[in-house]
Design a protein around this ligand. Structure first.
Ligand SMILES: [Zn+2]
Ligand SMILES: [Zn+2]
Length: 239
């Protein structure tokens, strides 16, 4: 009897351990939702992943690339000096920076400033509408984006402004899931790390990322997507 109890206890602890291990791994990984699994068994709708077709860059002077180069029309030349993340509205090439931590014009950390800030930026009715809610004193910043009618990726609008490498990177972030046979409609948004120039998808299925010292949580709502970035370095202090 006693032995039976012990075996049961061991079993419970074992299973809990495995579950905790699994959940821990889930938390550590970048997360995406598997739409094909979610949809299984519902109304015979077959889902598939859709990747945009490769496109050829028509930019002649690669130094003017809107992501890795310098051009008056792109904020990237200025924003690259900041250790920060941002969201790009790709069609209009509008870049909104999170300002996760307070920094001066040169990108140096300036510590707590005793205030938070909110801004709204819209680029016409049809384009993406941005709202920011920054608490840089705490290393937390949220950007909400409401896509408009014109917010479906338009490759024609960007291929003459990005070098081939950057155009490929942008297109790689535009994978979507949808019913078989239906045209893909990727929203023209992606996340950018100003330090590495890595791009991260912000489509329907993406939920979170760990990017260097930052954690990013993506929450799609009916009309908008809320993206929160937090300064969350690995804890190294031990007592
Ligand atoms: Zn480039
Ligand atoms: Zn947009």
């Amino acid at each position: 009897m006693r032995r039976g109890k012990m075996v049961l206890t061991c079993l419970v602890i074992g299973v809990t351990g495995i579950l905790c291990g699994w959940y821990g791994r889930k938390l550590l990984d970048d997360q995406t939702i598997d739409f094909s699994l979610q949809k299984e068994g519902s109304e015979n709708v077959e889902w598939e992943s859709k990747k945009p077709e490769a496109a050829k860059s028509t930019l002649k002077n690669v130094k003017k690339c809107w992501l890795c180069g310098n051009d008056n029309r792109s904020m990237m030349g200025y924003l690259r000096k900041f250790d920060d993340l941002g969201i790009i509205c790709v069609n209009d090439w509008y870049v909104m920076d999170f300002q996760i931590r307070n920094r001066d014009e040169e990108g140096n950390l300036i510590g707590s400033q005793g205030h938070s800030s909110m801004t709204t930026v819209g680029n016409g009715k049809e384009a993406c509408f941005f709202q920011t809610n920054r608490n840089s004193d705490r290393g937390i910043s949220e950007i909400s984006v409401e896509p408009g009618k014109e917010s479906v990726l338009n490759v024609t609008r960007i291929k003459s402004h990005l070098c081939q490498n950057c155009l490929d990177k942008v297109l790689e972030t535009m994978e979507t899931y949808g019913a078989v046979g239906e045209p893909a409609k990727p929203v023209d948004l992606c996340l950018v790390d100003f330090k590495t120039l890595e791009l991260y998808p912000l489509q329907e299925q993406n939920r979170s990322y760990y990017i260097r010292d930052y954690y990013v949580r993506i929450e799609p709502k009916e009309q908008e997507v809320d993206v929160m970035a937090v300064y969350a370095p690995v804890q190294e202090n031990a007592e």
